[in-house]
Design a protein around this ligand. Structure first.
Ligand code: NAD
Length: 261
């Protein structure tokens, strides 16, 4: 636990399931006040809020589409109305669409990039404007992926969006470092969440994914949430502009793990 997080106010986008929900729970354990955003799954968001409260934090749920400026403004306003301030903004919401690139429709490309990359820009912009106006040393955490670094055939829109999130994170980190605002990303590897449910239900695909992880297992949402808590806390006070990979070693070129090459 990080005592400096006690009472801090956070927005978490896409908090109704998976990694966002686990971050909400962890922030509850840190006794924080959390705005749990959801797009369509109000029940999941309510469960996340209940977990925050059960662990000693405060929580409110709010429906908003992160791909819109109005949605992000609503999240900020909700934090201010309910908890009086904003300290930490976690751009977690994301989705993916698989298709061979020569068959990927413009509509599908736009959907992924608008949520996974533009949504991160809009969330960061909203938080930065508030932090600047209040002279606040705020903290932004962007959920990237190992695919900001590892190419991912048939997921071109996702890899392009996450690659963009990497440089967006680094650029904003540099731009606002003088204001004491820290901006970092997290790059999860293969994590057991609903985004992977279909793939991991197939034993062959599950085994194949595990074989790409030097630690030989899939990660948990709680392991990603632990990284988010550290980045949010003052324990990481000299850290900005990084991507913290939480991936069991997936970014270490596991094809070489037995000395091939
Ligand atoms: P998930 O599908 O379980 O959760 C994604 C969340 O984003 C959901 O709550 C969904 O409702 C929300 N969301 C989607 N579009 C939205 C919108 N327009 N507005 C608001 N919310 C929206 O997936 P997850 O695995 O928990 O993924 C969370 C983040 O972690 C994503 O950015 C994803 O790309 C990233 N990530 C996940 C993995 C993994 O293996 N699970 C690996 C690398 C990166």
């Amino acid at each position: 636990m990080y005592t400096d997080l006690n009472g801090k106010v956070a927005v978490i986008t896409g908090g109704s399931k998976g990694i966002g929900k686990a971050i909400a729970k962890r922030f509850g354990q840190e006794k924080m006040a959390v705005v749990v955003n959801y797009n369509s799954d109000s029940k999941g968001a309510q469960e996340a809020a209940e977990q925050v409260i059960a662990n000693g934090g405060q929580a409110v749920t709010v429906q908003a589409d992160v791909a819109t400026e109005a949605g992000n403004q609503l999240l900020l306003q909700t934090a201010l109305d309910h908890f009086g301030t904003l300290d930490i903004w976690v751009n977690n919401a994301g989705m993916e669409i698989q298709a061979p690139t020569h068959e990927l429709t413009l509509e599908a490309w736009n959907k992924v990039v608008t949520i996974d990359q533009t949504g991160v820009f809009l969330g960061a912009k909203t938080a930065l404007a508030y932090f600047k106006a209040q002279h606040k040393k705020g903290n932004i955490i962007n959920m990237s992926s190992v695919h900001e670094q590892i190419p991912w055939p048939t997921f071109a829109s996702y890899a392009a969006a996450k690659g963009g999130v990497k440089l967006l994170t680094q650029t904003i980190a540099m731009e606002y470092a003088k204001d004491g605002i820290r901006v970092n990303a997290i790059g999860p590897g293969a994590i057991n969440t609903p985004i992977n449910a279909e793939k991991f239900a197939d034993q062959a695909q599950y085994d194949q994914t595990v074989s790409m992880v030097p630690m030989n297992r899939i990660g948990t949402p709680e392991e990603v949430a632990a990284g988010a808590a550290w980045l949010a806390s003052e324990e990481s006070s000299y850290v900005t502009g990084i991507t913290l990979f939480i991936d069991g070693g997936m970014t270490l070129y596991p094809a070489f793990k037995d000395g091939q090459g």
